[in-house]
Design a protein. Structure first.
Length: 581
C-alpha cells in the first residue's frame, strides 16, 4: 500500500462520513418534527415503544439522533423515563439497517438483476435525480429529498473508494497482525468503542469495518469484538447531550449506556461459552459485508431478547447512578406515602405553597428596596430565593399531579386544581424580582440616578406594589375572600400610576430633565411592576372565581367584579387618593 492508496483511503473515508452526515440531517429535519409528537404521546407498552424506536431510527438513519431526541423529551417532562426505555432499545436495533444497505456493495454475480442491486448500478441515477431536485426545485421539502439522494450517492461512492484503497492491505503482514490483535475480545471492544466514540456513529464505524473486510483479512473473531465495542461507543453522543439535561434526561442516557454495556457482556459471554462447547469454526473465516451486517443485527437482537423484559432493571440502575438530590427541609412535607390519605397530602401541599408564596413576595419586596440602596448580599439572597421558588414550583407541581391521579374527594380535587394554578403566578412574581434587581444593578453599574421627581413617583408606586403583594399573600394564606376583593381595585390603581409616571417622564424628557437611557430603565421597572400587580390580580381573581365552585373564565369574572358596583368603586377611589402622585 503506497502513499497514493493512503490518500485515496483518506478521501474515501471523508466522502463516506460526509455522505452519512448529509444523508441523516435532512431525514432528521423532515421526519423529526413529525416524530417528536408521536414519541411524546407514546403509551407505556414496551413492545410498541421498541417497534417505534426501531422504525424511527430506520427512517432517520441514526440511533444517536433518536436517543438524543428521547433524552430531550424526557428532560422536558413530555415523556416518562419508563416510556423511553423501549424506544431506546428499538433505536439500537433500527440502526443496523444502515449496515444492510452498505452490504449491497459486496454483491458479486453475473445475473443482471442481482447486479442491478449493486449500488454502482443505481447510485449514479439517484445522484442525477438528487442534483436536479437540489438545483432546480424551490420547495424546501424537494431540496431535502435531493440532499438525501446525493448524500446516499456520496456515501456509497466513499464506501467503494475505501474498499478499493484498502484492497492491497491483504498482502501486508502488519495489517493482518493488527487485526489478529483485535481477536482478543478486550482489545477489540476497546478499539471499536474508541473509534465509534470519535466519529459519533456506530453505523459509520460498522461501514468502515465492512470496507476493511474487502481485504479478506478481517476474520469473524476480530469483527465480533469490534462490533460489540462499536455498540458501546455509540452511547457517547447521548451522554454528551445529557450534560445539560435534567436528572430524568440523564437517566435516559444512562439506560442507553447500560443497555449496550450489559448487552455486550451477555452477548460476549454467550458467544464464548457456546464456542467452548460447540467449537465454532467460522470465526477463523474472513468476514464480508453481508456477514458483518448479519453479525451486527444478530448481536442487537440477542441484547434485546435479554433486556427488553428487564426494563425495570435498567430503570433501577439509572436511578442508582443518577441519584435524586437529598430532599430539602422545605420539601419534606411532600411525602408520597401520604397518598394513602389524600386529604392530608393536599393539606401538606397547601402549607408548602404558602411557604413558596412568602418567599416569592419577600424577594420581590427586597428587590424594590434595591432600587433605592444596592446591597450585594441582598442581591445574592434575591437570586438564591428565585432559584428556590423555581424548585418549589417543580416539587409542588409534580406532587400535585401525582395526587390528582388518586381517588380524591370533591373538595380535595378542587383544592389541587387551585394550587396548580397559584404556583405559576407566585413563580412569575419571583422572576420579576430578579428583573427589578437587574435594573437596580444597571443603575449602579452605569452610575445613573433618577431625578428627585422620578424617585418620588417611584416611591408612591412601590408603596402600592408593596400593599398589593401584602393583600394577595394574606388573602391566599388565610383563604380570605374579603381581602381578595381588595386586590383588583388596587391593581387598577397600579396600572393608572404606571401610565401617569410614563407620561410624566416624557414631559421631563422634553425639558431635558431626564435622559433616554433613564427612560429605558424606568420603562423596564414600570413594566415589571405592572406584571407583578397582574399576577396578584390573577391570584385574587382565581380565589374569588373558584370560591363560587364554577368553571368560569377568570377574566370574565374579574370584569364582573369591576362592574360590581359601589364596593369596587369605593375601594378604587380610596386607593387613588392614598397613592396620589
Amino acid at each position: 500500500m503506497d502513499i497514493f492508496d493512503v490518500l485515496t483511503l483518506i478521501g474515501g473515508l471523508s466522502l463516506f462520513l460526509f455522505g452519512m452526515k448529509i444523508l441523516g440531517d435532512p431525514l432528521e429535519k423532515q421526519a423529526g418534527r413529525k416524530l417528536k409528537p408521536v414519541l411524546a404521546n407514546l403509551t407505556n407498552n414496551r413492545v410498541k415503544g421498541f417497534l417505534l424506536g426501531m422504525g424511527v431510527t430506520a427512517i432517520i438513519q441514526s440511533s444517536s439522533a433518536t436517543t438524543v431526541m428521547v433524552v430531550g423529551l424526557v428532560s422536558a417532562g413530555v415523556m416518562t423515563l419508563h416510556q423511553s426505555v423501549g424506544i431506546i432499545i428499538g433505536a439500537n436495533v433500527g440502526t443496523t439497517i444502515t449496515a444492510w444497505i452498505l452490504s449491497l456493495t459486496g454483491i458479486q454475480s453475473e445475473n443482471i438483476w442481482l447486479r442491478m442491486l449493486k449500488p454502482s448500478a443505481f447510485v449514479p441515477i439517484l445522484a442525477l435525480i438528487g442534483i436536479y431536485l437540489l438545483m432546480f426545485k424551490k420547495s424546501s421539502k424537494k431540496k431535502d429529498i435531493g440532499t438525501v439522494l446525493l448524500g446516499f450517492a456520496v456515501l456509497m461512492f466513499g464506501m467503494e473508494t475505501m474498499s478499493g484503497a484498502v484492497s492491497s492491505l491483504k498482502d501486508v503482514p502488519e495489517f493482518r497482525n493488527m487485526l489478529l490483535m483485535f481477536s482478543n475480545p478486550i482489545f477489540g471492544i476497546i478499539a471499536g468503542a474508541v473509534l465509534t466514540g470519535i466519529i459519533q456513529s456506530s453505523s459509520a464505524s460498522v461501514g468502515i469495518l465492512q470496507a476493511l473486510s474487502t481485504t479478506g483479512a478481517v476474520t469473524y473473531s476480530a469483527a465480533i469484538p469490534l462490533i460489540m465495542g462499536m455498540n458501546i461507543g455509540t452511547c457517547a453522543t447521548a451522554m454528551l447531550a445529557s450534560v445539560t439535561a435534567t436528572k430524568e434526561g440523564k437517566r435516559a442516557a444512562m439506560i442507553h449506556l447500560y443497555f449496550n454495556i450489559i448487552g455486550v457482556a451477555i452477548s460476549l459471554s454467550l458467544f464464548y461459552v457456546l464456542k467452548a462447547i460447540i467449537g465454532f469454526t467460522f470465526t477463523s473465516n474472513p468476514a464480508n459485508e453481508f456477514g458483518i451486517a448479519l453479525t451486527h443485527t444478530s448481536l442487537k437482537l440477542i441484547m434485546t431478547v435479554f433486556l427488553l423484559p428487564a426494563i425495570k432493571l435498567l430503570e433501577k440502575l439509572a436511578h442508582i447512578t443518577v441519584k435524586d438530590a437529598p430532599q430539602a427541609e422545605e420539601f419534606k412535607l411532600l411525602d408520597e406515602r401520604l397518598f394513602a390519605t389524600p386529604s392530608l397530602a393536599v393539606d401538606r401541599c397547601r402549607t408548602t405553597t404558602i411557604e413558596m408564596a412568602n418567599l416569592s413576595v419577600d424577594i420581590l419586596k427586597k428587590s424594590m428596596v434595591m432600587l433605592k440602596e444596592y446591597n450585594p448580599k441582598t442581591a445574592e439572597y434575591i437570586r438564591e430565593g428565585e432559584n428556590k421558588v423555581d424548585q418549589y414550583e417543580d416539587k409542588i407541581g409534580s406532587y400535585l399531579i401525582k395526587i390528582s391521579t388518586q381517588s380524591l374527594a370533591s373538595d380535595d380535587s378542587h383544592e389541587t386544581t387551585r394550587l396548580l394554578r397559584f404556583i405559576g403566578d407566585f413563580e412569575r412574581i419571583s422572576d420579576h424580582a430578579v428583573n427589578i434587581l437587574d435594573s437596580a444593578e444597571e443603575l449602579k453599574d452605569k452610575k445613573l440616578s433618577f431625578s428627585s421627581e422620578a424617585k418620588r413617583e417611584l416611591s408612591v408606586l412601590t408603596a402600592a406594589i408593596d400593599e398589593v403583594l401584602t393583600l394577595t399573600l394574606q388573602a391566599f394564606a388565610e383563604n380570605n375572600m374579603q381581602i381578595a376583593l381588595q386586590v383588583e381595585p388596587l391593581e387598577q390603581v397600579v396600572d393608572y400610576l404606571k401610565e401617569q409616571i410614563k407620561l410624566n417622564h416624557s414631559l421631563r424628557l422634553q425639558k431635558l430633565e431626564c435622559s433616554i437611557e433613564h427612560g429605558f430603565i424606568l420603562s423596564d421597572i414600570l413594566n415589571n411592576f405592572e406584571r407583578v400587580s397582574d399576577h396578584c390580580s390573577n391570584i385574587a381573581g382565581m380565589m374569588l372565581e373558584m370560591s363560587q365552585h364554577e368553571a368560569m373564565d377568570m377574566h370574565k369574572y374579574l370584569r364582573s367584579v369591576k362592574a360590581g358596583g359601589e364596593d369596587f368603586d369605593r375601594k378604587y377611589r380610596e386607593y387613588r387618593k392614598k397613592y396620589s402622585l
